[in-house]
Design a binder for this molecule. Sequence first.
Ligand code: FEO
Length: 397
Amino acid sequence: MNTAKKLTDKVTWVGKVDWELQTFHGHEYSTRRGSSYNSYLIRDEKNVLIDTVWLPYDREFVEHLRSEIDLHEIDYIIIQHAEIDHSGALLELMREIPDTPIYCTKNGERILKGHFHEDWNIVTVKTGDTLDIGQSKLVFVEAPMLHWPDTMFTYMTGENILFSNDAFGQHYATESLYNDAADQCELFAEAMKYYANILTPFSALVKKKINEVLAMDLQVDLICTSHGVIWRDNPAQIIHKYLEWADDYQENQITIVYDTMWNSTRLMAEAIATGIQAADPEVTIKVLNAAKYDKNDIVTEIFKSKAILAGSSTVNNRYLSAMGGLLEMVKGMKFKKKKAAAFGSYGWSGEAVKLLTEDLTTAGFEVVNDGCRVQWVPDEAALQACQEFGRSFARSI
Ligand code: FEO
C-alpha cells in the first residue's frame, strides 16, 4: 500500500505506484519501468476526489482512502477519463458512497455506463464549467481524443494546479513523485515513448488543445498527471516538449527495421546501414530486428526518425509476421513527413518488398524507390549493391 503524499495544504496524492506492471493496454504497451495511477484528494470547504486507480487495486485504494478521510465526507468525485486504469476503483468506492455525484464529460457518462452499467448520480460538464469548492474553484476543460473522446482536464484556482489526466504522463513508477526527483534520462525516455505510442495519432488535436489552454493564460505551478511524475520543476517544459513532439517531430535519424529467416535480410540491413553511414556520417542509424526488439521501442525510434527502411524475407508469398504486427501498429500512428523504402531477400517468388512498399505507402510514408531485393544469400556483389542502395537512400532524404 502506498502512503498518501501531501502536495499542498489542500491537495494530497492518494494513488497507486505499480512497480511490477510489465504491460499495459493488455499486451499492447510494454511498461518495463512500471507505472502509477495517480489519484488526488482535494480538501477545501468541499472535499473532492479526482480519478481513482486501476481495477486490480480497487480494494487497496478504497482502504487507503478511508485512512485519509471519512469516505462520507467526499462531496464530489471527478472522473476525467473513464478508461479502467482511472475508473477501476469506482464500483468499490460507490458501494460505500452510492449517492456521491460523479462529474465527467458527456462522453464520459456514456463510457462509464458502458463499463459499469450502474445508475450513478452523474453530472456532466463541458469546457468552461466550474465547480466552487470553497476558496478554490475547479475549472473543466474538455480534451477529446487526448486520448479518448471523454478526456478532460481540471484546473484548480488558488493552488494553480492543472490536473491533466493522461496528457503529459509516462508509464514510470517512482516513489519520489516529482519530475525533479526522477532520473531525467529515464523520465524523458518514458515521456517520449508514451507520446509516440499513445498520442501520435492525435497530434493535431494535441497542438490545438495546448494552444487553447495556453491562451487561457493560467498560472500553472503543478501539472498533476494520471501516470508517472507530477511536473513541479518548470512544468512548462513538458508542455513545450508536447508542442515539439506534436509538430511532425523528427531527429536526424534513420531506422532500419527488419525480420529475417536465415540471416540474408539481416546481412542486407547491415550493408544498407554501412552505405547510409558512408553517405551521411552525421546521421544516427538504428538497425532493429522486429522479432526481437520491443515493438513500442521500435515505434518510438520510428517517431524519432526522418526516414525508415523496412525489410523482410518472403515466406508463403508474404512478408514475415513480426513485420506484419509492427506495420499494423505503425499504420495506426499516422506518422507524417517521413520517408521510407523496403528491402528483403527471397528464394523464388519474392513478393515481400512489393508488399512492404505498398503497406509503407498505406501507413503514410513517402516511399522514395521500389526497394532492394536479393535472391538467396547475398554474395559480395549483392552486399555492395545493398551498400549503394543505402548510400542512394541517404542522399534522397
Ligand atoms: Fe491512463 Fe487512457 O488511461
